[in-house]
Design a protein around this ligand. Structure first.
Ligand code: UD1
Length: 427
């Protein structure tokens, strides 16, 4: 298995191009199932999860073609076309490897009137049930059965009737599935306490470009007037605010000065506020955001919450940054129950972190020391890279496939701003 080796101590300086957002890509791709016309997505990141989603679309009868992008370019253009669906089944083997496969449930149900999708099972950062996905679809008229580890959903008469659902807790994925199911309903669908993440705005904007009628985009109440059919569209995937925030943390811990090219400040205010709390200079510049730091990070107090709050997907990276802070930082994780798996790995590098239930106290230490560490999930892996960039000596990050799921050519982007980092291929 590949390994990433980082030798710490280099100040990051320069421009880092920010790729298309993984989490937006994974909800835009299934939109192709909603129409028989082509959906062309620009700025799709080159990631293992995006490739995996392409294969799932192929299994359902949706063709995918990648257009003329040169290997040296970031991002790709993909056209997906589901002229006719040949299957409405997302099998266990695919869903278990890529949780986001569950996002074909809503579009298949909307287009074909039925869908059979494997339950994703547990995952590294908690139980992650899908009950809210199913309840929202039921509220719109779907009939749902669970059998042999699969969800079988059908729409009586072939089309969802419409209805109203109030989410008891905010869920990104359930909001996405419900919106994609609703756009072809016979009637009106209303979602209350819907997630408002920028990726959901991106999804809604793409669906509107395909002919959907959605009111309240960006708010917690979405009203979707079903239409008889959607058409094709060309849509550009938004910039990855989590990738941008991750490189910002890397800049701060190395006392660097980077420009996150393509990042949009309006989509990551909570992250930028947290960087400022740590003492970083953060400014919007033409076409991106500049993050610069001199001296050690000041302590931060951060609690994760749904957008526009501080993202759970940024927690591990900020924690890595805080390990070299000037005092004690306090983290509270309110979204996932098992999202401190980076802590024992960071401890191997000399960090002082005390986890008590959902909270963690990070006491800044004077130095980190490189060590062999193991990536456990995507963002946890990035926290190890960030710590490694500032540690003395060499850090070897194993299980790199986690990083390949979510960071497009990580080592190349970091090398270009001065990091001493390389991938050692297992051959
Ligand atoms: C998405 C993101 C992930 C991010 C998370 C929270 C993608 C591909 N993934 O994951 O990177 O960390 O949002 O911002 O976009 N819940 C239920 N029942 C459900 C669904 C969710 O109880 O049916 C709970 C979850 O266990 C969790 C909370 O709701 O505690 C939020 O999860 P959710 O927003 O659904 O996360 P994902 O969509 O899986």
């Amino acid at each position: 298995m590949d390994q990433i080796v980082v030798r710490g101590g280099q100040r990051l300086k320069g421009r880092i191009p920010i790729s298309g957002a993984k989490n937006a890509a994974l909800t835009l791709l299934p939109c192709a199932l909603l129409t028989d016309e082509p959906l062309t997505l620009r700025n799709l990141p080159r990631l293992a999860d995006v490739d995996g989603f392409g294969h799932l679309l192929n299994q359902l009868g949706c063709s995918t073609t990648i257009e003329g992008s040169r290997p040296e370019d970031f991002g790709r253009v993909m056209t997906a076309r589901a002229t006719t669906l040949t299957s409405t089944v997302a099998p266990y083997d695919i869903v278990r490897k890529m949780r986001a496969s569950i996002l074909v449930l809503g579009p298949l149900l909307a287009r074909a009137g039925e869908a059979t999708v494997s339950l994703p099972g547990g995952c590294a950062i908690g139980n992650r049930p899908i009950d809210l996905h199913l309840k929202a679809l039921e509220a719109f008229g779907a009939e749902i059965e669970l059998a042999s580890g699969y969800v079988k959903a059908s729409a009586p008469g072939g089309r969802l009737a419409g209805g109203k659902f109030t989410f008891p807790v905010v869920s990104v994925g359930a909001t996405e599935n419900a919106v994609m199911a609703a756009v072809l309903a016979k009637g009106t669908c209303v979602l209350e306490n819907a997630a408002r993440e920028p990726e959901i705005v991106d999804l809604c904007n793409c669906l509107v470009a395909m002919g959907a009628q959605i009111d309240g985009i960006g708010s917690e109440t979405l009203t979707i007037e079903g239409v008889d059919r959607l058409h094709g569209a060309t849509y550009r995937v938004m910039a990855d605010r989590i990738e941008a925030g991750s490189y910002a943390c890397a800049a701060v811990i190395t006392e660097g000065d980077v420009e996150l090219v393509g990042a949009k400040a309006a989509e990551m205010e909570a992250t930028l506020a947290a960087l400022r709390e740590a003492g970083a200079t953060v400014e919007e510049v033409k076409g991106g955001i500049r993050v610069a730091m001199s001296g050690r990070a000041q302590p931060v107090t951060l609690s994760t919450s749904p957008y526009p709050g501080f993202a759970t997907d940024m927690q591990a990276q900020f924690m890595a940054m805080a390990t070299l802070g000037t005092g004690a930082s306090l983290f509270t994780e309110t979204i996932f129950e098992n999202r401190y798996m980076h802590v024992p790995e960071l401890a191997r590098m000399g960090c002082d972190i005390d986890v008590r239930g959902r909270s963690a106290v990070v006491r800044g230490v004077d130095a980190l020391v490189g060590a062999p560490v193991m990536a456990t999930d995507l963002r946890a892996s990035m926290s190890l890279i960030i710590a490694g960039l500032a540690a003395r000596g060499e850090t070897q990050v194993n299980r790199v496939y986690h990083l390949d799921r979510g960071y497009e050519r990580l080592e190349e982007k970091l090398q270009a701003v001065g990091a001493d980092i390389e991938r050692i291929s297992a051959g």
